[in-house]
Design a protein around this ligand. Structure first.
Ligand code: C2E
Ligand code: MG
Ligand code: MG
Ligand code: MG
Length: 281
């Protein structure tokens, strides 16, 4: 019996491994093809000042226009792209496309707006990230003040002095730096003390039940107070209700993004949120 079940377990296990390996290989090939055939697209989600409701920025979010499976959200392919390292060229495409679009909006007569891009921790490991990003900004003739780099707490697992050095250089070049999904990762308060970013993005998981969960409120309040002490701004992600907006405003969070304001949209559908460069604001 033991032998049988052992064999079954073994069989089951190898089958599962084969499927995983096959699926991974399929995804890797698919992602390589997607890069070649330009199957990635960016959707853009506006960010607003919670008091004035003015547009303050736009986050670029990648999607994969898959030939068979339709429009895929990042959770379907970013984790694998992280594993295979393909997140590096994908991210490079994202930054390039976001710069091109930000410049195009300016050329269409809209007031310049800052566009945020999501970086992977791998970007800090591979190649010269500063050269890559400044190169793309120059290529599209976009001033770095209109580019926000969203970092995750995962980068803090890397060699701290190296990361601090890169972040310092980005700041000297006037890029905006923010920490994405703040509070969910390996937040090190010592790290924040050594190097301040411009903005903390409060993760949507703390916002979802903000109206009913006193612990979420305590976390959100602490992040906002911490940011104040460090002279950083805060933006809440995943704002879906008027009630959440009012609590965030009351607690002193400056900015927000979420379905309550606007879904991520293709660039062409964003114009109603953009301001004319000449209009009174
Ligand atoms: P994120 O950077 O934290 O982006 C916010 C996510 O929340 C987006 O999901 C957005 O569509 C979603 N969202 C916005 N408003 C709401 C809301 O009111 N309620 C809820 N429930 N969700 C909301 P999306 O587009 O599926 O992206 C998921 C994650 O994938 C992003 O989280 C980011 O970590 C990653 N990602 C997206 N684009 C890129 C990219 O170009 N490069 C890298 N490395 N990662 C990316
Ligand atoms: Mg983000
Ligand atoms: Mg985020
Ligand atoms: Mg998030």
């Amino acid at each position: 019996h033991a032998k049988d079940s052992g064999r079954n377990t073994y069989r089951f296990y190898t089958d599962k491994m084969n499927i995983d390996a096959m699926e991974r290989l399929r995804m890797r090939n698919g992602l390589a093809e997607a890069l070649l055939k330009q199957q990635f697209v960016l959707h853009y989600q506006p960010q607003f000042d919670l008091n004035t409701l003015q547009l303050v920025g736009i986050e670029a979010l990648v999607r994969w226009n898959h030939p068979e499976r339709g429009l895929l959200l990042p959770d379907k392919f970013i984790p694998i792209a992280e594993q295979t390292g393909q997140i590096v060229p994908i991210g490079e495409w994202v930054i390039s496309e976001a710069c091109r679009q930000a410049k195009a909006w300016q050329q269409q007569g809209y007031a310049p707006v800052r566009v945020g891009v999501n970086l992977s921790a791998l970007h800090f490991k591979r190649g010269d990230i500063i050269k890559m990003i400044t190169g793309l900004a120059e290529q599209h003739d976009l001033d770095p003040q209109y580019i926000e780099l969203e970092l995750t707490e995962a980068i803090m697992l890397q060699e701290v002095d190296y990361i601090l050095d890169i972040m310092q250089k980005f700041r000297t070049l006037h890029f905006t730096l923010s920490i994405d999904d703040f509070g969910t990762g390996y937040s090190s308060l010592a790290f924040l003390k050594r190097f301040r970013v411009d903005k903390l993005k409060i993760d949507g998981s703390f916002i979802r039940n903000l109206e009913v969960d006193s612990h979420d409120l305590a976390i959100v309040r602490s992040i906002i107070q911490l940011a104040k002490g460090f002279e950083m701004r805060t933006i809440a992600e995943g704002v879906e209700t008027q009630g959440q907006l009012e609590i965030l405003r009351r607690e002193g969070c400056q900015e927000g993004q979420g379905y309550y304001f606007c879904y991520p949209l293709p660039a062409g559908q964003l114009s109603r949120h953009l301001h004319s460069a000449t209009a009174q604001r």
